[in-house]
Write a protein that binds this ligand. Structure first.
Ligand SMILES: Nc1ncnc2c1ncn2[C@@H]1O[C@H](COP(=O)(O)OP(=O)(O)OP(=O)(O)O)[C@@H](O)[C@H]1O
Ligand SMILES: [Mg+2]
Length: 281
């Protein structure tokens, strides 16, 4: 039960003046249930990469296996794959258009050909997972705050009951409160449902707090892949490609250089505080 990418290459507009190789020999495997962050500078290939996961974009070369099945093999059911791997695009709230929240969340399941009753049941379940009480069901999505709108859009994908949820920059353009709302919701979802979550972001800080694994993309290549601790140990290389480790990593390395006897590997403020307290006592 996993998604595996084997030597994936992707070239936009091949054979034209606009030819651009966006993915270069990417190999990775994501087991079911993992919470993964994909990080990279703008243009590093993050969006291109995740659009391969549900077959929306077809690799120029290489293989993708979903639960062991080659998705490019003849007869593979792409519709089924799209119901398994739910993709939430950047600014998904731009795609809200129904008269009320419940109808909007029903849209995906309706497209899957389910009955009205089944659609509503799934929509309610998805809204509940998203922390929306019933009083919101009949409200217009346009009356909600930015963070709430986005959570409705995410619920729209959840209503299709995917096994894998892929979110492309879900916090882009939100204020800190909206950002925490989204990330806390996603974390809760992951804990409660055990679904695989793949979160694209360019904020290390955001991702470090939540995910168990970080994949760093650079110019179409997979540059680093490991736990947040493992990845942030390479903070000097990350800087060279325009990324930074969380601020707390710098503080810890500074303290260590100034002679504090501590491990500089903390990736969150809480871990750093514990480590500093430990070294002082
Ligand atoms: N439709 C397209 N046609 C041609 N080139 C494209 C197209 N879409 C993306 N690219 C190029 O492919 C590369 C990877 O783009 P991609 O959108 O995957 O990066 P990204 O990491 O998601 O960036 P961002 O952080 O800005 O969202 C970039 O160089 C980009 O300019
Ligand atoms: Mg992108």
């Amino acid at each position: 039960m996993s998604i595996a990418l084997e030597h994936i290459n992707y070239v936009y507009s091949p054979g034209t003046a606009y030819e651009k190789q966006a993915l270069k020999d990417v190999c990775l495997e994501i087991p079911q249930g993992q919470f993964v962050g994909i990080i990279g500078h703008t243009g590093s290939g993050k969006s291109t990469l995740i659009q391969h996961l549900n077959g929306l974009t077809r690799a120029t070369s290489g293989r993708i296996l979903y639960e062991g099945k080659d998705i490019y093999e003849e007869g593979f059911d792409m519709r089924w794959l799209r119901s398994q791997v739910g993709l939430v695009f950047q600014y998904p709230e731009h795609q809200l258009f129904e008269v009320d929240v419940l109808s909007d969340v029903c849209f995906g399941p309706k497209n899957q050909g389910l009955s009205q009753e089944e659609c509503e049941e799934r929509a309610k379940e998805a809204l509940e997972l998203g922390g929306f009480p019933e009083k919101y069901y009949r409200q217009s999505p346009f009356e909600l705050s930015g963070g709430q709108k986005r959570r409705v859009a995410i619920a729209g994908v959840l209503a299709m009951r995917p096994k894998v949820l892929v979110l492309d920059e879900p916090t882009a353009g939100l204020d800190p409160k909206g950002r925490d709302e989204i990330l806390d919701q996603v974390e809760r979802l992951h804990k409660e449902t055990g679904m695989t979550v793949i979160l694209v972001s360019h904020s290390m800080e955001d991702v470090a707090r939540y995910v168990e694994r970080i994949i760093v993309m650079n110019r179409g290549e997979k540059m680093l892949d490991g736990t947040p601790r493992e990845v942030f140990r390479h903070y000097k290389e990350l800087e060279k490609v325009g990324l930074a480790a969380p601020q707390v990593t710098y503080v810890m390395h500074d303290l260590k250089e100034r002679g504090f006897d501590l491990s500089p590997d903390a990736t969150t403020i809480e871990e750093a505080a514990d480590e500093i307290m430990r070294s002082l006592s």
